[in-house]
Design a binder for this molecule. Structure first.
Ligand SMILES: NC(=O)c1ccc[n+]([C@@H]2O[C@H](COP(=O)([O-])OP(=O)(O)OC[C@H]3O[C@@H](n4cnc5c(N)ncnc54)[C@H](OP(=O)(O)O)[C@@H]3O)[C@@H](O)[C@H]2O)c1
Length: 226
């Protein structure tokens, strides 16, 4: 039983915030980092985010063709155990297949609405419903389901809860964090949410730290399993 290679990536302020204090979208990356992320998307070919990011930001989840010539088709995966993302979400209508992974305990009205919208608008949408005892999905099982569908690499872009779920389950191979030279403060989402680790915290190995041309820092981390 294999799983895809998981590259997690996010953009953060120097105080670890990934959005505004009220949770709304914050432009953290400048042109240099935006181009880096779009190159990563093109190289990896599949991107995964959580329902919270879809509901808050309504991202398109695309590869900008003015940055990447002849961009390949991007598979867009969203984790939504409860079934909350709006059928009007923009990513459902951009290029490439959309895969929404939900639980057997999701909102049935939502599920029917998504299926009806997909048929009516001829969307390239696959809804994977996983048999679960709660709306929380087991990350290793999610990754096996995606691997079985031929997805061998995934760029996990957040948000905060999704990063926690992947770190908690130990299911990542590389984690890049771009730290922009800004401070945000407040109690908005940080790089990793969830209930957090009590002692001991998750240990990491810092593979590299690079000053970026726009005055930020790009860090590359892997798990320290010892
Ligand atoms: N700076 C960056 O790089 C960056 C990138 C992305 C997002 N963001 C920011 O992050 C914020 C959103 O983060 P967030 O923590 O609120 O939301 P999130 O992590 O995007 O999504 C959380 C939701 O995803 C679903 N989910 C996650 N793990 C799951 C699992 N194991 N099983 C079932 N469902 C699962 C759940 O949806 P259900 O409740 O429907 O089950 C959960 O409520 C926004 O402010 C956004 O702007 C920043």
């Amino acid at each position: 039983m294999g799983r895809p290679f998981i590259h997690m990536n996010c953009a953060s302020s120097f105080d670890g915030k990934i959005a505004s204090p009220d949770g709304s979208r914050l432009r953290i990356s400048g042109p240099w980092d935006v181009e880096r992320v779009h190159r990563l998307r093109a190289d990896i070919g599949a991107i995964l985010v959580g329902a919270g990011t879809i509901i808050t930001d309504d991202p398109k989840l695309t590869i900008k063709d003015d940055l990447i010539e002849n961009a390949p088709s991007l598979t867009k995966v969203v984790l939504d155990g409860a079934g909350r993302i709006p059928a009007a979400s923009r990513f459902l209508r951009t290029a490439g297949r959309s895969i929404v992974i939900t639980s057997s305990l999701c909102d049935r009205k939502w599920y029917m609405g998504m299926q009806e919208t997909a048929v009516r608008e001829d969307l390239d949408l696959v809804i994977i419903e996983m048999e679960t005892g709660s709306t929380r999905l087991d990350i290793p099982s999610v990754l096996t389901a995606l691997f079985d569908r031929g997805i061998e690499r995934i760029l996990v872009e957040g948000g905060s809860e999704v990063i926690w779920e992947f770190v908690r389950s130990g299911c990542f191979d590389r984690f890049t964090i771009y730290f922009a030279p800004i401070l945000v403060g407040g109690k908005g989402p940080s790089i990793m949410g969830g209930s957090g680790f009590t002692d001991p915290p998750q240990r990491l190995i810092v593979k590299s730290l690079t000053m970026t041309p726009d005055g930020g820092v790009l860090s590359e981390l892997i798990l320290n399993d010892q």
